[in-house]
Design a protein around this ligand. Structure first.
Ligand code: GDP
Ligand code: MG
Length: 301
């Protein structure tokens, strides 16, 4: 496994490590599971599909193991340029993986063909998530259908939401990882800088606050992130919109809507960083940013 991060080569016999990539349709529960496994809120969870744009990385370190999780954007057909770059991120996460976690919903009737083709020839566990919504016995036809198609190392019904079988899954992941050193220092839980998570939290609140197209046409940039001695951290974030007409909707009467986003986001940011922050939000219009390459590049896509 190649990695840009410094590898800590000394490791005790039996230590296991590796990259584990979560794949599955939008909304199957990938982000929820990663948060449950890593035990901290690293990836935004939303009832709306396709909210995970970047691959988010969570690191789970124990005495004898280190698992590095890649949470992918859903496997989707690119419709906008933005989605094309999301798909590229997905390709990389698949190639890097020592183990794939292929996630589907326990309520599915048919195997997920796209997932089967993406996951071909890689060691993989099949996760039947949202098992809290069905009777165990009703899973038999789905399990049999997947069994016929390919050899999964394990097939695990679980609920990322209630935590059922999440502990068992953790053990199964470890059992299927190669022996190897920890790649990151134990105190690191993620490769992304804090500002990435701060932007993700704000984006999650935008998804919770506004309807329809608005969330999909926004981008959040952290303009300033200053740690200040004896004072709260200062965070300045801009919300980039696609058109002038979206501005009054996002801001709301007397700034009410934007204030709501700010309050919700600040609470979660403070919880995530475990320290108080001062959060400032402002709104900017960049016409059709989703379709324009230059903007996408300057926003890190
Ligand atoms: P992702 O798009 O695959 O990352 O999916 P998310 O993690 O964002 O979850 C999508 C939705 O499914 C959210 O509303 C979750 O609360 C819900 N969800 C996730 N896991 C479960 C589960 O095990 N059971 C049930 N009932 N809902 C779940
Ligand atoms: Mg997600």
């Amino acid at each position: 496994m190649e990695s840009d991060a410094p590898a800590f080569r000394e490791f005790s016999p039996g230590h296991r490590s590796g990259y584990v990539t979560l794949v599955g349709r939008p909304n199957v529960g990938k982000s929820t599971l990663m948060n449950a496994l890593v035990g901290r809120k690293l990836s935004i969870v939303s009832e709306k599909p396709q909210t995970t744009r970047h691959r988010t990385l969570g690191i789970l370190t124990g005495d004898a193991y280190q698992v590095i999780f890649l949470d992918t954007p859903g496997a989707i057909e690119p419709r906008y340029r933005l989605q094309e770059s999301m798909m590229k991120a997905l390709g990389g996460a698949l190639e890097e993986a020592d183990l794939l976690l292929c996630m589907v919903e326990a309520t599915d009737r048919e195997p997920d063909e796209r997932l089967l083709s993406l996951a071909a020839e890689r060691p993989a566990l099949l996760l039947l998530n949202k098992a809290d919504l069905v009777e165990e016995a009703s899973l038999i036809p789905l399990v049999a259908a997947y069994d016929q198609r390919r050899q999964f190392l394990e097939i695990v019904p679980l609920s990322a939401l209630t935590g059922r079988n999440v502990e068992l899954l953790r053990e199964l992941i470890l059992a299927h990882l190669p022996e190897g050193p920890p790649y990151y220092p134990p105190e690191m839980i993620s490769e992304h800088p804090e500002r990435f998570f701060v932007a993700e939290i704000i984006r999650e609140k935008i998804f919770q606050t506004y309807r329809q197209e608005i969330p999909y046409s926004t981008q959040v940039n952290i303009v300033a992130f200053e740690e200040r001695e004896g004072e709260k951290d200062f965070i300045d974030a801009e919300i980039v919109l696609e058109s002038e007409s979206q501005k009054p909707i996002v801001i709301g009467k007397k700034g009410e809507m934007l204030k709501r986003v700010g309050t919700l986001a600040r609470r979660d940011i403070e919880e995530f960083l475990a320290r108080p922050v001062f959060l400032q939000l402002h709104v900017k219009v960049r016409k059709d940013w989703r379709r324009r390459d230059a903007f996408l590049r300057s926003y890190g896509y």
